[in-house]
Design a protein around this ligand. Structure first.
Ligand code: F6R
Length: 604
């Protein structure tokens, strides 16, 4: 996570860096900083907390001539979120910003300290700038010193470095963390860790590959690959559609994104359904050839959509399916057989753990597919095949519409596979396609529903914990509901399979234990109902979400009478999202940028 930007040109460098950081702020907001090298003189500013603090600090700072500038917004990994730990980090006459983790920083630091170098921060990043300056003493040029420095680093990084010894240049290196450079007709050069800050500024961009490093001057973009061979940049046109999310009158991006779900799900369905068939033009017809198993792998919310998918793949497509948490899969010795399709799911396409599992699967020779929301992201570029979820930019740190579109894709994909494997009758596929077309309506937020959730939320602000419970696909939805609540309310919440409560957790039941019960009418209703009754009999406070009135609950949020449990799933998804939102609002929390979190987790 973290976000980095760079600019080389004659315009208002400070303004450009701050505007770029604004676009990336959702990736980390523990601190932010910039360093600008102008007229052979450095100016650097850092501030803890959100970007407004840095904007305030730099109010008097004017940049009006050719300059090389770098900036960073931080999500702390090594060292507390203090000003000293904020980037850019200074050596004697150079500054560096970095996204990722330098794994061998401790040993490099030990050597440097032994040689008399003083470190100001607790970060792994600071070692880069000191190592560079050490190398500079014996190198013929700053580039030679930078090249040597890069070769000494282990771990994941996207680095920008500026130095007085080459004052009209920005040095860069990329390994495992995303970074791109953009150009325009005015001969300016922009860097960023994702393309959003460059939209509207650049016409063409080059996405760096792992191992790339080099430098950029006014007239040159010099890129070298991991073997030191010079290569040409590969420019692609950058979209001009800013998509820059405005709140459109909503109080929070998360709220706007919950309301947007109907539209983005329609976009997700677009062109992928006929009356009788699911069509994925982006998939090679032979993708599923010789495939007997699917392994899904992801983190967080995307993991919950993968869990939901596993029910659908086994039920509709009769294919053995397993689901893995990426950070776990990476470090065990999984059996990966070539008849398995390896599917990663990621909103950002940059999550470090998920990306690494994708690399593992590719290395093991598996066919790979990514379900992703960001075109051109690292995962999309790496996987054999990709399906884009079309949720649009998701700004709220707590994911909502990305999850909704992922589940929509999985429902479609399970039918697509059912067609291929002939595991569902044609009329069943036609029926499910009709149901899929009803999803956008099922997630529309009515005033009545929102008002009801808002009113109820005031009863759920305290207590000693929440259990979200459900069966079948409503179990991953329960996990997702609990995750949403945890993230933005900071209250303890767990998702549990309804039938599992009696095997331990029911010991916690008392009036201060809040149970959010997902009770769809079309899936295991009676069984789920008895599990909830067991809890109300022990005086737990129960809030039932169901189309059927449930008199053993303390509170009841009525949902509509849908024709199928998947439509109930989507409506209940909206209810749990709204419930978290309203509880967080009442608690006075920062809904869009909850504490300790960041949008895109590009460190392991
Ligand atoms: C939760 C949330 C995170 C992400 C997780 C994976 O609201 O946003 O749990 O789902 O960090 O991120 P992606 O999907 O970008 O790989």
């Amino acid at each position: 996570m973290c976000g980095i930007v760079g600019y080389l040109g004659e315009k208002d460098t400070k303004g450009i860096l701050l505007a770029g950081l604004k676009e990336l702020e959702y990736r980390g907001y523990d601190s932010a900083g910039i360093a600008v090298l102008q007229d052979h003189d450095f100016q650097s500013y850092k501030a803890i907390g959100k970007l407004v603090n840095l904007e305030e600090k730099t109010k008097e700072f004017v940049t009006d001539s050719f300059a090389a500038g770098i900036g960073h917004t931080r999500w702390a990994t090594h060292g507390k979120p203090t000003e000293l730990n904020a980037h850019p980090h200074l050596g004697e006459s150079s500054y560096v910003v970095h996204n990722g983790i330098i794994e061998n920083y401790a040993e490099l630091k030990k050597e440097l300290v032994a040689e008399g170098v003083t470190f100001l921060s607790q970060t792994d990043t600071e070692v880069i700038v000191h190592q560079f300056e050490k190398n500079l003493k014996s190198a013929a040029s700053a580039f030679e010193a930078f090249t040597k420095t890069v070769s000494q680093l282990e771990g994941a990084y996207a680095i920008l470095l500026v130095t007085k010894s080459e004052d009209k240049t920005i040095f860069f290196a990329k390994q495992g963390s995303p970074m791109l450079v953009g150009i325009n007709a005015e001969n300016e050069k922009y860097f960023a860790s994702s393309d959003t800050p460059l939209i509207g500024q650049c016409t063409d961009v080059n996405y760096f590959e792992d191992g790339d490093y080099g430098y950029v001057t006014k007239d040159e973009i010099a890129i070298f690959d991991a073997t030191g061979t010079k290569k040409e940049p590969i420019f692609q046109k950058l979209s001009t559609n800013k998509l820059s999310a405005q709140k459109d009158g909503y109080r929070f991006f998360m709220e706007k994104e919950i309301y947007e779900q109907s539209t983005v799900i329609s976009d997700t369905l677009l062109g992928r359904l006929t009356e009788t068939e699911v069509v994925f033009d982006e998939l090679d017809t032979n993708l599923f050839e010789n495939i007997n198993e699917i392994k899904l792998c992801a983190c967080g919310t995307s993991y919950h959509s993968a869990l939901t998918a596993s029910y659908m793949f086994e039920r509709h497509s009769h294919i053995k399916t397993s689901v893995e948490v990426a950070s776990e899969l990476r470090y065990r010795d999984p059996i990966l057989t070539p008849d398995t399709l390896f599917v990663v799911i990621s909103q950002s396409g940059e999550t470090a753990d998920t990306l690494e599992t994708l690399k593992m699967a590719k290395k093991a020779g598996l066919k790979t597919l990514v379900i992703c929301n960001v075109d051109n992201s690292s995962m999309v570029r790496l996987a054999d095949a990709s399906i884009l979820t079309r949720a649009g930019v998701e700004k709220g740190v707590a994911s909502t519409k990305a999850f909704a579109t992922q589940v929509t894709i999985f429902w479609m994909l399970s039918l697509y596979l059912a067609q291929k494997r002939e595991t569902l009758a044609a009329d069943e596929i036609t029926k499910q396609i009709q149901l899929l077309r009803e999803v956008p309506a099922s997630v529309q937020v009515s005033d009545t529903l929102h008002e009801r959730v808002k009113r109820l939320s005031k009863r759920y602000l305290h207590g000693h914990g929440f259990f979200f419970i459900g069966r079948d696909v409503f179990f991953p939805l329960a996990l997702e509901g609990a995750l949403k609540l945890k993230e933005i309310s900071y209250l303890h919440a767990e998702g549990y399979p309804s039938g599992e409560m009696k095997h331990g957790p029911i010991a916690l039941a008392d009036p201060e234990l809040f149970t959010i019960a997902l009770l769809p009418q079309h899936l295991l209703y009676e069984k789920s109902k008895s599990n909830v009754e067991e809890l109300s009999a022990r005086d737990a406070t129960v809030c039932a979400i169901s189309p059927l009135v449930f008199d053993k609950a303390d509170d009841y949020i009525p949902t509509q009478n849908h024709a199928d449990y998947m439509l109930e799933f989507f409506e209940m998804m909206v209810v749990v999202q709204l419930l978290s939102l309203e509880i967080s609002v009442r608690l006075g929390n920062d809904v869009d940028m909850p504490r300790n979190l960041a949008k895109s987790v590009t460190v392991e």
